[in-house]
Design a protein around this ligand. Structure first.
Ligand code: BGC
Length: 348
C-alpha cells in the first residue's frame, strides 16, 4: 500500500487528464464539423434552393393544417328558405320603348354571363332557362328586363341561355330547346330546365321557376286569352322539367318545323311515361304576352296533327338522342349565353 499509493495517485490523475483531453477533442471536432455544415449550406446555391423549397412547402403545410379559423374564413351558407322573403306577388310590368340593353345590364350587376346565385344562402335548385329565338330582340329585352329580377327574388341559382336559329329555314322551336338542353349541360349539371317562349312575361313572382316531382306547366293564363287555360292538355309557352324527366321522354321531337304541335307532342311523351302535368294556382300562373304579328319563317305547321298521331311510335328514335346540329358560336354576354346553331332545314 505504502508503495502503491503515490503511483496510484499519479495514474488516477493521468486518467482524469486523458479524459479531459478526450472531451476537449470531441468538443473541438463537433465545433469544426458543424461549422463546416453551416458553411457548406451557405455556399452551395443548390442546397440553398432546396432549403428555400423546403421552407415554402413547410409554410404551405402549416397553412393547410392551421387552425380552422385561419383557413376557412368564409361562413358556410345555409339553404335558402322554402319561401323567399323577397317575393312581391303581382307585379307592375312595363314595356317602355326607350328601354336599352345597357339599362337592363346596369340593373342586374350581380348577373355574370347570364348566371346568378344568391350571395347569402344556398339556392334550393339550379335552373337553366332556355329561350328559343330568332329576330325578336325587342321581346328578348323585355323578357330579360323582367325575368332577371324575378328569378333573383326567388333566390335561385340560374343561368339564361338564348338559342338562336341561324339562317332562314323554317323556325323549329322544339329542336332549339333540345340544343339548349344539351349545350347548357356542358356548362353545369343543371337539375331543372325551363323552356321559355320569348314573348311571355310572368306577372307574379309566386309562380316559382322550380321543378317538381312531375313536369310543370307554368302558363295557366295569359292576357291575350282572358287568363284561361287554352285547353285541358295545353303544355306550351313556359314549362319546367327536371334533367331526368326530360331525358326520360327523350326531349322534344326534332321534326316540328313552323308554328304548333311540338308542345302537344311533348305532352304525349310525358303521358306515355305515366307522368302527370302539374300547374301552379291560376291566380299566380299569369303571363303578359307581348303583342306581335306571325313571324315570317314560322308559318303554321299544317302537318302537325299527322305528326302527333305518330308520336307513340317514334318518340324513342326522335328526340334528344337524334338531335344533330352544328354550334356556330357560344357568346357569354352579361345577361345571357347566346348559342347560335345551324339546325338544318325540314326534310321534304
Ligand atoms: C298548337 C300548340 C299551341 C296551342 C295554343 C295548338 O293547336 O298545336 O302548339 O301551343 O294550339 O296556341
Amino acid at each position: 500500500m505504502g508503495f502503491c499509493s503515490p503511483v496510484c495517485k499519479i495514474l488516477r490523475r493521468g486518467k482524469y487528464f486523458v479524459l479531459l483531453i478526450l472531451s476537449l477533442s470531441v468538443l473541438a471536432w463537433i465545433a469544426t464539423f458543424s461549422g463546416e455544415t453551416v458553411k457548406s449550406v451557405l455556399v452551395s446555391s443548390a442546397t440553398t434552393q432546396a432549403l428555400v423549397k423546403e421552407v415554402t412547402l413547410r409554410d404551405k403545410l402549416n397553412s393547410w393544417t392551421a387552425a380552422p379559423d385561419r383557413v376557412n374564413t368564409q361562413p358556410l351558407k345555409t339553404e335558402c328558405p322554402e319561401k323567399s322573403p323577397l317575393l312581391q306577388g303581382a307585379l307592375n310590368l312595363s314595356f317602355e320603348s326607350s328601354l336599352k340593353l345597357k339599362d337592363v345590364e346596369g340593373d342586374n350587376k350581380d348577373v355574370n354571363e347570364g348566371e346568378y346565385e344568391p350571395s347569402d344562402c344556398m339556392a334550393r335548385q339550379s335552373i337553366a332557362i332556355l329561350i328559343p329565338h330568332r329576330n325578336r330582340e325587342r321581346h328578348l329585352l323585355y323578357l330579360l328586363h323582367h325575368l332577371h329580377p324575378f328569378l333573383q327574388r326567388q333566390q335561385l341559382h340560374y343561368a339564361v341561355y338564348v338559342i338562336q336559329q341561324a339562317g332562314d329555314a323554317t323556325f323549329n322551336r322544339a329542336k332549339l330547346l333540345n340544343v339548349g338542353y344539351l349545350e347548357a349541360l356542358k356548362d353545369y349539371s343543371w337539375e331543372c330546365f325551363i323552356f321559355h317562349d320569348v314573348d311571355l312575361v310572368p306577372e307574379n313572382d309566386h309562380n316559382l321557376y322550380m321543378c317538381d316531382k312531375q313536369p310543370k306547366h307554368l302558363v295557366v293564363g295569359r292576357n291575350a286569352t282572358g287568363y284561361k287555360l287554352r285547353y285541358k292538355g295545353y303544355f306550351g309557352g313556359v314549362t319546367a322539367m327536371t334533367k331526368e324527366q326530360f331525358l326520360q321522354v327523350n326531349g322534344f321531337s326534332n321534326i316540328y318545323w313552323g308554328w304548333g304541335g311540338e308542345d302537344d307532342d311533348l305532352r304525349i311523351r310525358v303521358e306515355l311515361q305515366k307522368m302527370k302535368i302539374v300547374r301552379p294556382p291560376a291566380q299566380v300562373a299569369r303571363y303578359t304576352m307581348v303583342f306581335h304579328k306571325r313571324d315570317s319563317g314560322n308559318e303554321i305547321n299544317k302537318d302537325r296533327m299527322k305528326l302527333l298521331g305518330r308520336t307513340p311510335h317514334v318518340w324513342r328514335k326522335d328526340g334528344l338522342n337524334s338531335c344533330s346540329y352544328k354550334t356556330l358560336s357560344v357568346e357569354r354576354l352579361p345577361l345571357y349565353v347566346n348559342v347560335t346553331v345551324d339546325i338544318g332545314k325540314p326534310q321534304s
